[in-house]
Design a binder for this molecule. Structure first.
Ligand code: PXL
Length: 277
């Protein structure tokens, strides 16, 4: 049996966060467990804005303690943290044991939070958790923020951003262009410290789909837990996301959501890869 852990927030509709992580792990044949960092309840009477409640730090500590004592787990994903006190307790927990893989989805701000508090949170994430990550998966906005670049509009700039983020600690950076990077393809780049690999799949429409980033990071986590290398893990994760978007679930929320169940091993793979020297 393969095991993976997630430290993430609940998003009750099932379109993001902890729920997505466990569905993704299960779909890829990995036994999932995890700790909740916060609870997000979108408000249907107020444009589906996010109502955010942090879980008390002692409770986060206790969940992680229980799970990590119940099994030997050496691979974890870190998703939404959302509060400086949460970041402190999660950083301490990550330092409490050895990990083979710590996959950080650097969720920077949750809609509905005060910008001042978000800045504290961004800085705490960058200084306390980013250096502990072995892999991080910023989207275009997060790549720009974490790299300090003014703008990212080309694949070359996305690679540059990934290199700058790798200089802050993580061994591998998967920077995601998504629908926001101009062009026909949804492009992700993997910087592995020596070379950039470009992963491409045709964009499926131009609308964002909820849960794409969570699914990608969770799928990378699951594949690493199964012993795949980072290049294999990113390829499978992007295939899963692309197929999940093709088979997306519509909802009354502003965005459709990915269906993780559409991907099984052996599904024809939509992603092409190219390594730049
Ligand atoms: O997609 C980022 C994300 C992660 N985790 C939780 C969320 C969201 C976005 O809504 O609510 C809990």
């Amino acid at each position: 049996m393969y095991f993976a852990f997630t430290i993430a927030g609940s998003e009750a509709t099932g379109g993001a966060g902890y729920q997505v992580d466990l569905k993704t792990f299960q779909q890829l044949g990995v036994y999932g467990s995890g700790a909740l960092t916060c609870i997000v309840s979108m408000d249907p009477d107020n444009n589906w804005n996010h109502r955010f409640v942090p879980v008390p730090p002692t409770v986060i500590h206790d969940q992680i303690q229980a799970a990590l004592r119940s099994q030997t787990i050496r691979t974890t994903k870190v998703g939404m943290l959302g509060h400086p006190d949460t970041i402190r307790v999660v950083a301490d927990a990550l330092k409490s044991q050895e990990w083979d893989n710590v996959v950080l989805d650097p969720v920077l701000i949750c809609k509905g939070q005060e910008p001042g508090q978000a800045l504290d949170t961004d800085n705490a994430l960058r200084t306390q958790v980013l250096p502990l990550a072995t892999v991080t998966t910023p989207n275009l906005f997060e790549a720009q923020t974490l790299s300090g670049m003014d703008s990212i509009t080309t694949v070359e700039e996305l690679v540059e951003a990934a290199k700058r983020i790798a200089a802050q600690g993580p061994r591998y950076v998967v920077a995601k262009g998504g629908v926001d990077l101009p062009g026909e393809d949804a492009v992700d780049v993997l910087w592995d410290g020596q070379a950039a690999t470009i992963y491409r799949a045709k964009k499926v429409g131009r609308e964002k789909v909820s849960g794409a980033g969570c699914t990608l990071a969770a799928a990378i986590t699951a594949e690493l837990a199964k012993g795949k290398n980072i290049h294999q893990a990113v390829k499978i994760a992007k295939d899963m996301v692309t197929i999940g978007i093709l088979h997306r679930v519509s909802a009354h929320t502003p965005f459709d959501t990915i269906y993780q169940g559409a991907y099984t091993e052996g599904t024809p793979a939509p992603t092409t890869t190219e390594t730049l020297s």
